[in-house]
Design a protein around this ligand. Structure first.
Ligand SMILES: Cc1cc2nc3c(=O)[nH]c(=O)nc-3n(C[C@H](O)[C@H](O)[C@H](O)COP(=O)(O)O)c2cc1C
Length: 566
């Protein structure tokens, strides 16, 4: 069984494989990470996974959007919890991983979803495991976003209750092939970033219903794979298998999850896995590509090297911050912003110097919302201490001098950064920056050229108001726990999702940037090649989008007949 092979790899070997993978998949100025020479369009993976032979359950579509505003998502205590029912699960899935539009150019049409994805390839698959849900019989279901249906993969052979009251599980997996088809060896990183975006999308969608979500961090990947049926090798085409990402507990009747942390540890993941093993499974995964010209074996090797065993999770000293900064937040319905989220392909630079698009208070707010607060989405979904920090290329933010800045997401990390980065950096905190935000100017100046060059020469990194690099505390976090490599990317993806929605909420647009020159970024701030204290794992940019009028935008679910739904 492929998902258990990791048992035979020592942690030392696994760590080496992960570190080697990271090194090998860096883009360099002179050479990009290995990928296909050209795209094999004939074998482009199908955009949607389905399981033939499963019973399909149609979910209702959101007819009356929830009235919860975007700003309210950050005040969850003010949102009334909705019951666990098929209608609400329908809303939850539609707003988390559902379609947000179709785009059309000539005869080509492609779907966009609430969660973004590198190259729009969407390697992330999702499953729910329900118990006592009005309208959905107990079992394991795969979600097909195109059809907004649940495919019943497994019927458990037990009536025993396994989940906390009014809760359900949501599992995510990645089909690495989907990304590898286009991006080659670097694809494993993109799958993890996409999973992070998906987690944050899920957490935001849960918040629209007054629900809570939490990653079951102690669970082993083998158990997650068993529960989701990913270890059923005969159900999948061999090179298109799904790797377990993570399992989330979604709690519908509690805004107060953290007053009862036992709830999370009370989920009997092992027992659910055993129950799944003896359940009645149905369905055969569709074939995504007829042929694979390259399968990039380093991806499967790395995936095995960072498979997670069951762990005891440590608590950490959680920083106490003031209430989130909510001034100037959008009062538009959250569902509107979630569905209109898109990536900008180019930014409008006309009038660039007239009036800055972003004010410093907007920037302070978006940084503030990336902090970990126990009950505030989306970062509260994590159960580990934040390990990602933001390098910011400020091009044009009203009230702040242009330059390179650093935003630290934990209190204690400043000294380590000061020891690692260039010694002549200023470390100047903007005068009126809120006390709890550790934002520092490192060097003043025009950062546009650097931002563009380092993001694989992409103009979106220089033409907006600001762009970001995401610096992870790296090697120390991985020692003894190579699987944390994946969690680092998830956290980066989650921050990306905050920035996407924040950009929309101020009438701008963001874009995740997976293509950047790794060591180029490190050199800029004084981290030598081969030094692994911090590594940049993701980039992001925000600006005023140029709309491509050649593209037609079509509604997400016009292809489904509404009469089928309640
Ligand atoms: C992890 C990740 C990496 C991405 N990298 C790039 C990039 O380097 N350049 C770019 O123009 N867009 C990039 N994107 C944006 C995607 O192309 C975009 O999300 C996708 O086409 C889907 O469109 P949507 O975000 O409008 O739904 C990235 C998105 C993600 C999530």
């Amino acid at each position: 069984m492929k998902h258990t092979q990791t048992m035979f790899m020592s942690t030392e070997n696994a760590l080496k494989k992960v570190l080697d993978y990271h090194q090998q998949t860096k883009h360099h100025f002179q050479r990009y990470a290995s990928g296909p020479d050209g795209l094999d369009w004939k074998n482009q993976p199908k955009a949607f996974r389905t399981f033939d032979g499963c019973t399909r359950l149609k979910l209702p579509l959101l007819i009356h959007p929830t009235s919860v505003s975007y700003n309210q998502l950050y005040q969850p205590q003010n949102i009334v919890s909705q019951e666990l029912s098929i209608n609400n699960i329908g809303q939850f899935l539609e707003l988390s991983l559902g379609l947000s539009a179709w785009k059309q150019y000539d005869d080509t049409r492609w779907a966009l979803r609430c969660n973004p994805s590198s190259g729009n390839l969407h390697p992330t698959e999702s499953y729910i495991i329900t118990e006592n849900c009005d309208g959905i019989s107990d079992g394991v279901y795969h979600y097909v976003s195109r059809d907004h249906v649940l495919e019943k993969r497994c019927q458990f052979n037990t009536k025993k209750s396994l989940l906390p009251d009014s809760s359900f599980l949501m599992g995510l997996s990645s089909i690495h092939w989907r990304e590898a088809w286009k991006y080659g060896e670097r694809a494993f990183r993109y799958c993890q970033l996409d999973a992070g975006h998906a987690v944050a999308s899920i957490r935001y969608a849960a918040a629209t219903l007054g629900w809570n979500a939490h990653i079951l961090t102690s669970a082993s990947d083998v158990d997650v794979a068993t529960i989701l049926g990913l270890d059923r090798d005969d159900d999948f085409v061999i090179t298109e298998d799904e790797y377990p990402d993570l399992m989330l507990l979604i709690i519908t009747q509690s805004n107060n999850l953290f007053s009862d942390p036992c709830l999370i540890s009370s989920v009997p993941v092992n027992e659910i896995a055993k129950t799944a093993q003896t359940g009645q499974w149905s369905g055969q995964a569709n074939t995504l590509s007829t042929n694979h010209l390259d399968d990039w074996p380093i991806i499967a090797d790395t995936a095995l090297a960072c498979m997670k065993p069951e762990t005891d999770e440590q608590t950490w000293q959680i920083s106490v911050y003031p209430e989130p900064i909510l001034e100037s937040g959008s009062t538009q319905p959250a569902s509107t912003l979630i569905k209109q989220r898109r990536s900008a392909q180019a930014f409008d630079t006309s009038g660039y110097l007239d009036k800055p698009l972003v004010t410093k208070s907007m920037l302070y707010r978006m940084l503030d919302l990336t902090l970990f607060r126990q009950t505030i989405p989306p970062c509260d979904v994590m159960s580990w201490e934040p390990r990602l920090h933001l390098l910011i290329f400020i091009h044009q933010v009203e009230g702040l001098e242009s330059g390179l800045y650093l935003f630290l997401r934990t209190d204690e990390i400043k000294k380590k950064f000061q020891a690692s980065l260039k010694q002549d950096f200023e470390w100047l905190k903007p005068e009126d920056c809120p006390e709890h935000l550790q934002l520092f100017r490192l060097v003043a100046g025009d950062a546009r050229e650097a931002a563009k060059t380092l993001s694989c020469h992409q103009e979106i990194a220089s033409d907006g108001a600001l762009s970001f690099g995401m610096l992870a505390e790296y090697k120390d976090c991985l020692t003894d726990k190579p699987w944390v490599y994946r969690q680092l990317y998830w956290e980066a993806g989650m921050i990306g999702q905050v920035l996407y929605l924040e950009a929309e909420s101020i009438g701008l647009r963001g874009t995740g940037i997976g293509c950047y020159f790794d060591d180029g970024v490190h050199n800029l701030i004084g981290i030598n090649e081969g030094e692994h204290t911090f590594q940049s794992l993701y980039h992001f940019t925000i600006g005023k989008a140029l709309v491509d009028n050649r593209l037609q935008t079509l509604p997400p679910y016009a292809h489904l007949q509404r009469s089928h739904f309640k």
